[in-house]
Design a protein around this ligand. Structure first.
Ligand code: SIN
Length: 277
C-alpha cells in the first residue's frame, strides 16, 4: 500500500486520507490522521471494508463512544446507529444543515459514518466549515458575536411532536428522552486547536440567550445564509466502504434527499466531546 497521504479537498473544509487501511493504522499514521481531523474538520476514506467490530475499534481510537438516544441501533450493535432510507420512504435522516448533538451540555466531538449500501446516483452529503465561515465575517460582527450564547434544543426535532419523530417512525425513537436544552458560546474555541468557530446550526439552535425570538431569528438567519455560502462547503459522493469522519464543533453537514425509490444504508458512530468555551 502507498504511504499515507492527506489531500485537502477544498480550502474551507475536508481532506481525503489516502494509502491507509484503518483497521491497521500504526501509531504514527493514527497521529497524522488525528492531526488532519483537527485541521480539516472532516476526513474521507475510501474502500474500508469494516465489520461492525472493526468500525467500533477504529472509532474508539479517537475517544469514547456516545450512544445516540434517538436513532435505531444496528441489530446486535447498540453502539452503532443506523441511518437508513428505504425505497418507499420519502424523508431521510439529516436532510438539512445541522451539526450532531449541539443540544447536549457537552456536545459530541464527532461522528464517523460508514457507507454500507448507497444509491446508484444521489445521496451525497454536503459539509460546511465553520472555521472558514467565522473567519470571513467582518471584525465588527465578530466583536458583536463574541459575548453571545446560542440556545440549542432537541425537543423540536426528536420530541413527541418533533419534525423527525413524526416523519421517521421506526428509524427514530425515544421521543420522551428529547428533553435536552443547552447554551453554548456562539463563537466556540476548538477544544484541541483553539481555532474560533461559528457554533450555531439551523437544525438545533433555537435562539440567543437574552434576545427576543424575533431578534435572534434575524441574526441567526443571517449567520445561516452566510455559513451556507458554497465557498465554505464541499460535496462528498459515497461508495460502499467510504467513511466520512467529521468534527461536530467545526463543521455542519447535510444529507441530500435526491434518491427516492432507491435504498441507502449507513452506520454511524458518535464520539464523546468536551464542554465548549
Ligand atoms: C447524519 O446527519 O448523520 C446523516 C448523514 C448522511 O446520511 O449522509
Amino acid at each position: 500500500m502507498p504511504a499515507l497521504k492527506i489531500r485537502p479537498v477544498s480550502s474551507a473544509v475536508g481532506a481525503e486520507v489516502l494509502g491507509v487501511d484503518v483497521k491497521n493504522l500504526t501509531d504514527g499514521e493514527f497521529d497524522a490522521v488525528r492531526d488532519a481531523y483537527r485541521t480539516h474538520g472532516v476526513l474521507f476514506f475510501r474502500e474500508q471494508a469494516l465489520s461492525p467490530e472493526q468500525h467500533i475499534a477504529f472509532a474508539e481510537r479517537f475517544g469514547d463512544i456516545n450512544v445516540n438516544r434517538f436513532f435505531t441501533p444496528v441489530d446486535g450493535h447498540p453502539r452503532i446507529a443506523e441511518v437508513r432510507k428505504e425505497k418507499d420512504q420519502k424523508i431521510n435522516i439529516g436532510g438539512g444543515w445541522h451539526t450532531d448533538h449541539s443540544y447536549d451540555q457537552v456536545p459530541a466531538m464527532g461522528s464517523m459514518l460508514l457507507a454500507r449500501e448507497v444509491p446508484e446516483s444521489g445521496g451525497d452529503t454536503l459539509f460546511a466549515g465553520m472555521g472558514a465561515a467565522y473567519d470571513a465575517l467582518s471584525d465588527g460582527l465578530k466583536e458583536t458575536l463574541e459575548p453571545l450564547r446560542g440556545v440549542h434544543s432537541s425537543r423540536h426535532v426528536f420530541g413527541n411532536k418533533g419534525k423527525a419523530t413524526e416523519a421517521m417512525e421506526g428509524r427514530i425513537g425515544n421521543a420522551e428522552a428529547a428533553t435536552q436544552d443547552a447554551v453554548h458560546p456562539l463563537v466556540a474555541r476548538h477544544p484541541d486547536t483553539g481555532r474560533k468557530l461559528l457554533y450555531v446550526n439551523p437544525g438545533f439552535t433555537i435562539g440567543i440567550d437574552g434576545w427576543s425570538p424575533l431578534e435572534a431569528k434575524a441574526l441567526l438567519d443571517f449567520l445561516y445564509q452566510h455559513a451556507q455560502r458554497p465557498e465554505f462547503s464541499y460535496r462528498f459522493q459515497w461508495q460502499p466502504g467510504s467513511i466520512a469522519f467529521w468534527d461536530n464543533r467545526a463543521t455542519w453537514h447535510y444529507a441530500l434527499n435526491d434518491y427516492h425509490g432507491q435504498f441507502r444504508l449507513m452506520h454511524r458512530i458518535t464520539l464523546e466531546g468536551q464542554p465548549l468555551h
